[in-house]
Design a protein around this ligand. Structure first.
Ligand SMILES: *[C@@H]1O[C@H](CO)[C@@H](O)[C@H](O)[C@H]1NC(C)=O
Length: 317
């Protein structure tokens, strides 16, 4: 995944390298046994909700990083891992610039299918808890931002206003000629794709002529989904905003993914290195070497709503 490497490099340029390195080596160094134990004890994540709620009550800038697990709880397929196929391909076979160059019709059929599928999917209690928390805290002069790798817009549907979609959106197009990015909720996105995109392995692979695929209203160039594909870099404007949010946040939540895997792994360690508490909400069991403050295991639709509910010290609800 080339773009993660590029981003990791950018982070090295933007954050102090010393901090990053000391984070990475915590617990790995063959220092004195005593020092190792201290590091390990400090690293032990807590699952004490009351303690989390105390920190939550005081936080003024909350950053929430969300991943595939939040979408999965709404039944959104990722087309990755066991059983995650569209016809005989997985996302990593089709979500690439090479696949689009070779067969734009097939790639558009895949994205058309994913767009249409979203009509039957709805935000779950985790999405709603985040959106409600944002609206409530905004009225108290506090901020909540959601940084997501999910491209399905379920956060937007739930009512999240301050949203950074680092991997783009199924419902945006970008012109391959003029670069125009436009929101697009048409169904079907173009007449030629009507009734296409069946996911069955034996479905017909129609080659729609390239002039009948989605085209730009301005210059008639070929449109592509405005999503970050394998081998591509994150949008630099979005990245700059993400960086700004990470620098000001005083509480960071990692939801439906692990802070040890991308994209959260790119961001959470820097926040943690500033001494800011990081709380994970996911299905994973606690990694023994985890260096983050809290870990709440289980479906985030169950664990997140009570965590983000109004705290008794909040005067305005
Ligand atoms: C992009 O395309 C839309 C729709 O055609 C148009 O309204 C908008 O002005 C374009 N934006 C730019 C920056 O060219």
């Amino acid at each position: 995944m080339g773009y993660y490497h590029t981003v990791a490099l950018m982070l090295f340029l933007h954050f102090t390298t010393r901090r990053l390195v000391s984070q990475v080596y915590c617990g790995l160094k063959t220092a004195s046994a005593k020092k190792q134990r201290t590091c390990y004890e400090m690293a032990r994540p807590s699952s004490n909700m009351a303690e989390f709620r105390e920190i939550f009550a005081k936080a003024k800038h909350i950053t929430i990083i969300t991943g595939a697990g939040v979408s999965a709880e709404s039944g959104v397929p990722t087309f990755r891992g066991a059983g995650g196929y569209w016809r005989k391909w997985q996302a990593q076979d089709l979500a690439t610039p090479g696949a689009f160059a070779k067969n734009p019709s097939r790639v558009w059929e895949f994205y058309h299918y994913r767009r249409e599928l979203m009509m039957t999917k709805h935000p779950n209690p985790a999405h709603i808890a985040m959106a409600e928390c944002e609206a409530r805290l905004n009225r108290q002069g506090r901020s909540v931002v959601v940084i997501t790798q999910n491209i399905d817009e379920l956060h937007r549907k739930a009512g999240t206003k301050h949203l950074l979609e680092i991997h783009g959106s199924l419902f945006k197009t970008r012109c391959t000629s003029c670069g125009n990015v436009t929101a697009n909720y048409k169904s079907p996105i173009c007449p030629a794709l009507a009734g296409k995109g069946a996911p069955d392995p034996d479905a017909e692979d129609t080659r729609i002529p390239v002039e009948d695929l989605p085209r730009c209203d301005d210059c008639n160039g070929l449109l592509r989904p405005h999503v970050v594909w394998f081998g591509e870099t994150l949008d630099s404007d979005v990245f700059t905003e993400v960086e700004k949010e990470l620098e000001i946040c005083d509480l960071c939540l990692v939801v439906g993914t692990s802070s040890l895997v991308n994209p959260a792994a790119m961001f959470a360690p820097h926040v943690s290195a500033r001494g800011v508490p990081v709380a994970e909400f996911n299905m994973q069991s606690t990694p023994a070497t985890d260096k983050f403050r809290f870990h709440f295991q289980g479906p985030c639709g169950t664990t997140l709503p009570p965590a983000l509910a109004r705290h008794e010290t909040e005067l305005i609800s």
